[in-house]
Design a protein around this ligand. Structure first.
Ligand SMILES: *Cc1c(COP(=O)(O)O)cnc(C)c1O
Length: 368
C-alpha cells in the first residue's frame, strides 16, 4: 500500500482517538452472538429507549426530509428558551453537545492557549484542546472528583477555557454547590468556564445555574446540556449551550448552517413535552443506582458513589473483565483510556439488564 505523504496538521499526530462504547452489532459479528442476546451498558444511553413523544414527532418530520432543516431552529429554540426561562439569544444548538465543545475550541483555543480540566475528565475535552493546538492543564482529582480550588489556582493569563462536567463522566462525582459558586465568582473574566451538565436531569436537587445566565452578569459562563441522555435521543445527535448572547454569537459564527437535522429538531421538541418519560427514566436510574451500590458492596467490589446514570466499579484488570463480560453478551466500558485501568464504567440499565450485568461481573471475577 502506498503511504500518504501529505503534511497533516501537526496537531493530528498526537491527537488521542475517542474510543466509543462498542456497538451491539459489531460485538455480535465479532463473537458470533445473536445481536438481540446482547445488552449494552457502555455509553450512558437511556435503557428505557427514546422518549415516545420524540419518536412520534420525528415520524411526523419524515415526510419533509427533501427540504433543508430550519438552520436557525426557530421553533425548537423558542420552545427550549421557554422551558429554561432564557431567551433564544442565550441558546446554541449542536450536533450533540460534543459539537458545542468543539465550537468552544475553535472560538477560544489556539497554540499557546491553556485549557484547564480535571484529571479524570470527559475524553472529548483533551481531544478538542489538542485538535486546536492548545495546552491541556490537567489538575489532579480529589477523591476522583474535581478539585475546584486547585483548578482555579491553575488558571494563568494564558488560560482560555476551563471544562467542568457536573456530575462528572466517567466518575459520576458531583462537586459541592458552594465550591461551584465560588469557582464561578472567582474565575477570571478572560477564562470561559464551561459547566457541562449532560447528566443534570438525573439529579433530585440540581444546582440551578440558569439564574446567572438570565441576569447576564457572568459573560464567561457557558452551560452545556444534551438530549442524548435523559431524553434517550443519543442517535439523533442534538445538544445545546446556554450562555451570554456575546458568547453564543461567537459560537454561532463557527456553526455550520444546517448542523441540526430536521428529524433531530422535531425529536427534541417532542422530548421537551415528555415529562413522563423523564420522570420514569429518573426513577429507573435511581432504583438501578441503589441496586448496584447495594450489590457491589455485598460482593465486596469497590465503587464510586454516583450522581449520574452510570457507576464506576473497581475490578482489578478492567480490560480482562470487560472482555469476559463481553463474551457473555454484556458490553460495559473499560476505563484504560481514562487512566483508570482497574475500573469499569457500567451504565444503569433496566432491572433485568442490571441483574444480568451483575451476574456476568461476578462470574468474571470468580465470585458467582
Ligand atoms: C454524554 C456526554 C455528553 C453529551 O454528548 P452528546 O454529544 O450530546 O451526545 C457531554 N458531556 C459529557 C460529560 C457526557 O458524558
Amino acid at each position: 500500500m502506498k503511504r500518504a505523504s501529505l503534511q497533516f496538521n501537526p496537531a493530528i499526530e498526537t491527537l488521542p482517538v475517542y474510543q466509543p462504547g462498542r456497538p451491539i452489532d459489531e460485538v455480535a459479528r465479532e463473537l458470533g452472538l445473536q445481536a438481540d442476546s446482547i445488552i449494552k451498558l457502555a455509553s450512558n444511553e437511556n435503557p428505557l429507549g427514546p422518549s415516545p413523544r420524540a419518536v412520534a414527532a420525528m415520524q411526523q418530520a419524515l415526510g419533509q426530509l427533501h427540504l433543508y432543516p430550519d438552520g436557525n431552529a426557530f421553533h425548537l429554540k423558542r420552545k427550549l428558551a421557554a422551558a429554561l426561562g432564557v431567551e433564544p439569544a442565550n441558546l446554541i444548538l449542536g450536533n450533540g453537545s460534543n459539537e458545542i465543545l468543539e465550537f468552544v475550541g475553535h472560538a477560544l483555543m489556539a497554540p499557546g492557549a491553556e485549557v484547564v480540566v480535571s484529571e479524570y475528565c470527559f475524553a472529548v475535552y483533551p481531544i478538542v484542546t489538542r485538535l486546536c493546538g492548545a495546552e491541556l492543564v490537567s489538575v489532579p482529582a480529589r477523591q476522583f472528583g474535581h478539585d475546584l480550588p486547585a483548578m482555579l489556582a491553575a488558571v494563568t493569563p494564558l488560560t482560555r477555557v476551563m471544562f467542568v462536567a457536573n456530575p462528572n463522566n466517567p466518575t459520576g462525582t458531583l462537586a459541592a454547590a458552594a465550591d461551584v459558586l465560588r469557582l464561578i465568582e472567582q474565575v477570571p473574566p478572560h477564562v470561559l468556564l464551561v459547566m457541562d451538565e449532560a447528566y443534570i436531569e438525573f439529579l433530585d436537587e440540581p444546582q440551578d445555574l440558569l439564574p446567572l445566565v438570565r441576569r447576564s452578569d457572568r459573560p464567561n459562563l457557558l452551560l452545556t446540556r444534551t438530549f442524548s441522555k435523559i431524553h434517550g435521543l443519543a442517535g439523533t445527535r442534538i445538544g445545546y449551550g446556554i450562555g451570554h448572547p456575546d458568547v453564543i454569537a461567537a459560537l454561532e459564527k463557527i456553526r455550520q448552517p444546517f448542523n441540526i437535522n430536521s428529524v433531530a429538531q422535531a425529536g427534541a421538541g417532542g422530548a421537551l413535552d415528555d415529562h413522563e418519560h423523564v420522570k420514569r427514566t429518573r426513577r429507573n436510574n435511581s432504583d438501578g443506582l441503589r441496586y448496584f451500590e447495594r450489590e457491589l458492596a455485598q460482593a465486596g467490589i469497590e465503587f464510586i458513589p454516583s450522581s449520574a446514570n452510570f457507576i464506576l466499579a473497581r475490578v482489578g484488570g478492567g480490560e480482562r473483565v470487560f472482555e469476559a463480560m463481553q463474551r457473555e453478551g454484556v458490553i460495559i466500558r473499560p476505563m484504560g483510556i481514562y487512566h483508570l485501568p482497574e475500573w469499569l464504567r457500567i451504565t444503569i440499565g433496566t432491572p433485568a439488564e442490571n441483574g444480568r450485568c451483575l451476574s456476568a461481573l461476578k462470574r468474571a471475577l470468580g465470585r458467582a
